[in-house]
Design a protein around this ligand. Structure first.
Ligand code: WTA
Length: 571
């Protein structure tokens, strides 16, 4: 990709001297920002919430702005702290103890966040489930985690197979309680009757806090287990990468059912005491722009899939909104197409900063920092305190420009501590002191990392390796193409050929001429061997809820194979 690097503008960034900080930084340096450094008393809920609620300067500051089509609410740090105390008291009344798993299966709402912190305050492990999960997905996760309590709603309870969940002792309903003879606890009734004072359960930094289930390429979803210690990295990246300042209004679009929605939708902003916008409901470009405008959002963390949707709706739409408060944009979850970065520069007059990390890593690892030059298509560089490398299958480091396993030196603060109930799966991530991500990438001479694909997605055609991301990026540069998913299709002579699934922008209709034009566009724009030999037009491209194109599913469809676990598929 011969895109021009984009220099950083002079700005008041929290991390100006990347190289210098890398050399001298130690993770212990971050400890001084936490109360437990002086008191020895640890709990994420204290650092992210109660600390601000106790401070006369911040207790009446707006912590949460909730905005959904049918409801808007604002909560100060003090209010959110009290409501979470009340909920912790409810859990206590029903016998919940440190280490118990308490799951949340409900849409984003102020109650969700109060309940979430209540769970942490009692020392229990929170398990947020995405509201779009259907019965199978809910069952798998509640069975595996042996959750004792579930907090859910009338609309979602039908997807909870209670008779198959022997460990589930209590179901707490937020909102209207169903009258189906079930044994439910009414959230509002209990919380209204509970004391707003609660004696925080102090824990150890290594005690469990969060279980996030994530799908691999095989088997059932696995429970990625995170501990309170992760706050060290959430704080540091909140400062360096999110570049948070006291007066920012921050918005992360991710749902808390996914790791971005907890690490960066809850922890990082509130560890910094920043006002956090929570948007519920489904999204359209107008909703996004409206939310950015209405709350004068200054820092926005979103996903390439959202940004691509904005691109396809054009710059004019954006021009009808006042987005002048916006100063910092970030993206995560899948490769950020260079074309989108170029568009962002023109449309927002801002750089879009790609960040790379995983559910398992708990926090950002490789990023484009505000103070660094951006090379479009690159994920950027490891944050201070992180050693990243490209390794072979034995865990030996490879030289620059050679593709291999993207790996991280074991032992960063937010790293998962277990795969729940599955120690051998956990062990399988590590080779020779490296955490091996399952992503393939290379590093250039200047230390920038370039994502190539999940290892199983890389295409080998006539002996040439092709990253599907490169082809997809090129495809969507064509004006007719809205979204694209590219797979390797087995071929007797060439090993694999490239097959592209695309959706067309509104004004275009499928003709053989158009498809040929798109093929030639990639052939001449990227390379002959990377041009798709087959292009199929679809109504939509299957994506996970976090926006990743499900190439595995495309491939299964193409080959007529079973589709495996599709519980994370966006409807
Ligand atoms: C992919 C999301 C390219 C990658 C926080 C990784 C990315 C997986 C990027 C983790 C990025 C995430 N560029 N690919 N900036 N960020 N990925 O667990 O394949 O939902 O392994 O965590 O998403 O997805 P997960």
């Amino acid at each position: 990709m011969d895109m021009q690097a984009i220099a950083s503008k002079n700005g008041n960034f929290n991390l100006k001297d990347y190289e210098g900080t890398r050399e001298t930084f130690r993770w212990e340096d971050v400890n001084k920002h936490f109360t437990w450094n002086d008191t020895g008393k640890v709990n994420m809920a204290y650092e992210a919430l109660d600390r601000h609620a106790e401070d006369s300067k911040t207790k009446d500051k707006i912590a949460l702005i909730y905005s959904a089509p049918e409801r808007e609410a604002k909560k100060t740090f003090s209010e959110l702290s009290k409501e979470s105390n009340k909920f912790a008291n409810v859990l206590k009344k029903y016998g919940i103890e440190k280490g118990d798993r308490v799951f949340l299966f409900m849409p984003r709402s102020p109650e969700f966040y109060a309940a979430f912190f209540g769970i942490l305050k009692i020392g229990a492990v929170a398990g947020p489930l995405f509201e779009a999960f259907m019965e199978q997905a809910v069952r798998d996760r509640l069975q595996d985690s042996e959750a004792k309590v579930l907090i859910t709603t009338k609309e979602l309870i039908a997807r909870v197979p209670q008779e198959e969940l022997p460990h589930l002792e209590k179901v707490i309903i937020v909102g209207e309680v169903p009258d189906d003879q079930g044994n439910y606890i009414d959230y509002k009734e209990e919380v209204d009757g509970a004391s707003d004072q609660f004696d925080m359960v102090w824990v150890d930094l290594e005690d469990g806090m969060l279980l996030h289930y994530t799908s691999g390429s095989t088997g059932k979803p696995k429970g990625v287990y995170h501990v309170h210690n992760a706050m060290i990295q959430h704080y540091a990246t909140g400062e360096w990468v999110l570049d948070l300042k006291e007066d920012d209004v921050y918005w992360c679009t991710a749902d808390p059912g996914w790791v971005t929605g907890t690490s960066y939708g809850i922890f990082a902003p509130w560890l910094h005491g920043v006002t956090n916008v929570i948007r519920g409901g489904r999204f359209t470009p107008d909703d996004w722009y409206h939310t950015l405008e209405k709350y004068q959002v200054s820092v926005w963390y979103t996903a390439p899939t959202a940004l691509r949707m904005l691109v396809s709706h054009g710059e004019e739409k954006l021009r009808s909104y006042d987005l002048t408060a916006l100063r910092h944009l970030m993206s995560v979850g899948e490769p950020l197409n260079p074309e989108v970065i170029t568009w962002g520069l023109a449309a927002f007059n801002l750089r879009i900063h790609d960040t790379w990390w995983m559910t398992e890593t708990g926090a950002q690892l490789i990023v484009n920092l505000p103070a660094l030059e951006i090379r479009p298509g690159s994920m950027g560089k490891p944050i201070p305190g992180i050693e990243a490398a490209i390794v072979d299958n034995e865990g030996n480091e490879l030289p620059p420009n050679q593709m291999g396993n993207l790996a991280i030196k074991e032992g960063w603060p937010a790293m998962m501590r277990q795969i729940w109930n599955n120690p051998s799966k956990y062990e399988s991530y590590f080779i020779n002191g490296w955490y091996v991500s399952g992503d393939s990438a290379y590093r250039d001479e200047d230390g920038y990392f370039w994502f190539q694909g999940r290892l199983d997605d890389v295409i080998n055609t006539s002996g040439e390796r092709v990253g599907p991301f490169e082809v997809e990026s090129k495809l969507i540069e064509h004006p007719a193409v809205a979204e694209a998913g590219v797979i390797g299709k087995p071929h007797p002579e060439r090993g694999e050929i490239i097959k592209a699934f695309i959706t067309l922008n509104d004004k275009y209709t499928e003709t053989p001429e158009l498809l040929e034009e798109i093929r030639v566009f990639v052939k001449t724009g990227l390379s002959a061997h990377a041009a798709p030999r087959e292009i199929e037009v679809k109504d939509s491209i299957p994506k996970t809820r976090s926006g990743k194109i499900m190439r595995r599913l495309l491939k299964s469809w193409e080959l007529g194979l079973p589709t495996g676990d599709t519980s994370t598929l966006e409807e």
